[in-house]
Design a protein around this ligand. Structure first.
Ligand SMILES: Cc1cc2nc3c(=O)[nH]c(=O)nc-3n(C[C@H](O)[C@H](O)[C@H](O)COP(=O)(O)OP(=O)(O)OC[C@H]3O[C@@H](n4cnc5c(N)ncnc54)[C@H](O)[C@@H]3O)c2cc1C
Length: 471
């Protein structure tokens, strides 16, 4: 439905900001329970862009089966976040993930398992993991269409082309919001509660610059670009606390994407990077590669020049290891899309090609090879743990390198909420009438090692709970 549904002074039970997975899950469950629900969605197209629609479609909890035993899910969240997680949010996801994916299935969302337990709840038809935002008619797009249809069936309104602007606060409680309609008019909507679900702030370069990276212009948007931080700004103005704003979910991409190569959102270079070494512009390692690409992407984003890192690997990794053995392999996709892959028969020769100091890179590779080859990792200044692909010495006569860019997908930090998705102030008190869900919220993910719990399951569980609790 277009913005014709909006009238100034309109009254509803629940107003939802954003028609992504979080917003539609909240809206559908609330409308089915009899509430008068209005979803405000800035996108005007019938199939408006949002991260939920362009996602890969894997509903996992910390890379495990979303419908697994709640105790196991809680343990997996604890492992991936190294315990740096809001306990109430971890429990909410662990206890509700299974019923949430089954609820989605009951709403007509089709799932078809993939190749590993983390893909047991993969939307169908599967989205090809290729370069380009090739989401039309893939599982996540079909999912969004199904939820929009259920909302209409239940009498809810999805008003497209309408951007929420500010919350209406009365005596410290949220009682509605103001909206800019597609025709440029401002309307005030009265509601018993508002659910903010506008997806985070990855599309807002000023906010990314303030919280995440000194050079947002040197990060790559690996997202739909629709999350502008409006909800965070509105909630903060109303007194909400913000948490972990500097953390984001992202991946390494081939740097050639910055000059137009068709190499985003896939293939990610993370799998190669975590099996080998990653260096900064000085030719030195700067992170424990085994922790993973999301962690390293966050560190590189904070560099003065986030487009200066390389992964150095070898022919075996490229031809027999993670170069070819991942769900979306970089080999041969990167070179087919004219992405740069360097080859050299010594570390010094590689250094000359990629423009770093030959002595420094030679020492970096020698130290790494000695430590992982001789089981003497404690000798390394920077720790090296194993990932899915264990660290092995690099063959210095068959070295390879890929210049890296950081692709920002979804911010992980945001509005502080409790286990019932109620928005919290810094002193822990609740802002009456105000709820938040999905990518705009913080506290679940993004501890010290930037553990990623899963954007889709986070959106669906927090959306469902917000819709059930908002009255
Ligand atoms: C390429 C890609 C692949 C991914 N793959 C996976 C995956 O396989 N598994 C996984 O778990 N996660 C994945 N994710 C992450 C996941 O898609 C997101 O974490 C999740 O969809 C966020 O949902 P959301 O509803 O919070 O936000 P969104 O889906 O972004 O929805 C927010 C909506 O709010 C609207 N909006 C913004 N501002 C306003 C405003 N002021 N007023 C009204 N509306 C507004 C936007 O237009 C948008 O439609 C992927 C993301 C991308 C980009």
């Amino acid at each position: 439905m277009s913005d014709g549904a909006i009238t100034d002074g309109m009254r509803v039970d629940i107003a939802v900001v954003g028609g992504g997975l979080a917003g539609l899950s909240a809206a559908v469950v609330a409308a089915q329970a009899g509430a008068a629900v209005l979803v405000l969605e800035r996108g005007a197209d019938e199939r408006y862009a949002c991260n939920s629609r362009s996602a890969g479609g894997a509903f996992h909890v910390a890379y495990t089966d979303a419908a697994g035993d709640p105790g196991d899910l809680l343990a997996a969240i604890g492992r991936i976040t190294k315990g740096e997680v809001d306990a109430a949010l971890a429990a909410a996801v662990a206890e509700n993930a299974g019923r949430t994916v089954r609820w989605l299935r009951d709403q007509g969302v089709a799932f078809e398992p993939g190749s590993a337990p983390m893909y047991n709840w993969m939307t169908a038809p599967h989205r090809p993991m290729l370069a380009g935002m090739d989401w039309p008619d893939c599982g996540p797009d079909v999912m969004m269409q199904a939820l929009a249809a259920r909302l209409a069936d239940a009498g809810g309104i999805l008003a497209r082309g309408c951007a929420a602007q500010a919350l209406v606060m009365t005596d410290g409680a949220c009682r509605g919001l103001t909206v800019r309609t597609g025709s440029g008019e401002t309307a005030t909507i009265a509601s018993k509660s508002v659910i903010i679900a506008d997806g985070g702030f990855q599309g807002n370069a000023d906010m990314v610059g303030r919280y995440i990276s000194p050079r947002p212009d040197l990060l790559v948007q690996r997202s739909a670009g629709t999350a502008m931080g409006d909800g965070i700004r509105m909630a903060e103005t109303a007194g909400a606390a913000l948490v972990s704003m500097e953390r984001f979910y992202g991946h390494f991409l081939s740097r050639d994407v910055m000059t137009g190569a068709d190499l985003s959102p896939y293939p990610q270079i993370d799998q190669i990077a975590t099996a080998s070494i990653v260096i900064d512009g000085s030719g030195r390692r700067f992170a424990d590669e085994g922790i993973g690409g999301i962690y390293m992407s966050n560190l590189v984003a904070r560099f003065d020049d986030p487009a200066s890192a390389f992964t150095i690997f070898d022919r075996r990794i490229w031809e027999e290891g993670p170069g070819v053995k991942s769900v979306y392999p970089a080999n041969p996709t990167v070179e087919k899309a004219s992405g740069t892959v360097y080859r050299a028969d010594s570390a010094a020769a590689m250094a000359r090609q990629i423009g770093v100091d030959p002595d420094t890179l030679s020492r970096t590779v020698e130290d790494y090879n000695a430590a992982v080859g001789n089981d003497a990792r404690e000798q390394l200044d920077i720790a090296r743990t194993d990932s899915l692909f264990p660290a092995t010495p690099l063959d210095t006569q068959a070295l390879m390198a890929i210049p890296l860019a950081v692709g920002i997908t979804n911010t992980m930090g945001g509005i502080a909420i409790d286990g019932n998705m109620r928005v919290k102030r810094a002193d822990g008190s609740i802002i009456a009438g105000l709820y938040a869900a999905g990518g705009t919220t913080g506290g679940l993910e993004g501890g010290g090692t930037i553990g990623y719990v899963g954007g889709l399951i986070k959106a669906a569980v927090t959306g469902l709970l917000a819709g059930e609790n908002a009255r």
